[in-house]
Design a protein around this ligand. Structure first.
Ligand code: GTP
Ligand code: MG
Length: 155
């Protein structure tokens, strides 16, 4: 989704990418022209503000208009940490099961935007999109919801 967004937006942007290990996602985003700084957290399942601060030192902020922070990919740990971001965007893919907003409400309650992603394969994985929408709205009525497919460029 980030890769597609960077290509379609076509404005100077940078991404700080947190994963337990590898710089795979950062390398993927660099290939489409973004500045990308990987943070390998080791055994830690979330990013903390101090890690973001250290990564900021390695970015040329004067040349960008937008900064993304991709937190470690789970719906639990990242919810408890304030990274100083202006907006929280939660990606909820059709492969995860419609009930995830109910099981992991904190992440969704803190979201400004929820992206229901990979909708191109919703039918193949038996995702009930209406139920997914209903569960998102029940837990996160404040969040703006977009349904999209990065693969097809839909939404
Ligand atoms: N069918 C389909 N596949 C997608 C889409 N977006 C991403 N994928 C694929 O899904 C797989 C996992 O990608 P993501 O879920 O985006 O990975 P991620 O969110 O960076 O996951 P982390 O490893 O937790 O950082 C990759 O093979 C992607 O190419 C989409 O819109 N449709
Ligand atoms: Mg990733």
């Amino acid at each position: 989704m980030l890769e597609r967004t960077l290509v379609d937006l076509s404005i100077p942007a940078a991404v700080i990418v947190g994963d337990l290990a590898t710089d795979n996602d950062a390398a993927r985003l660099k290939r489409v022209g973004a500045q990308a700084i990987p943070i390998a957290t080791g055994n830690v399942c979330h990013l903390e503000a101090s890690m973001v601060a250290a990564a900021l030192d390695r970015l040329d902020l004067n040349t960008i208009d937008l900064l993304f922070i991709e937190n470690v990919g789970n719906l639990v740990c990242p919810a408890a940490y304030d990274l100083g971001e202006a907006m929280k965007v939660v990606l909820f893919s059709v492969t995860e099961g419609e009930d995830k907003p109910l099981k992991y409400p904190t992440t969704f309650k803190n979201a400004d935007v929820v992206l229901l992603t990979k909708t191109d394969i919703a039918e193949a994985v038996g995702c009930d999109l209406a139920l997914a929408r209903q569960n998102i709205h029940a837990v996160a009525p404040q969040a703006e919801l977009f349904e999209l497919s990065a693969d097809r460029g839909r939404g």
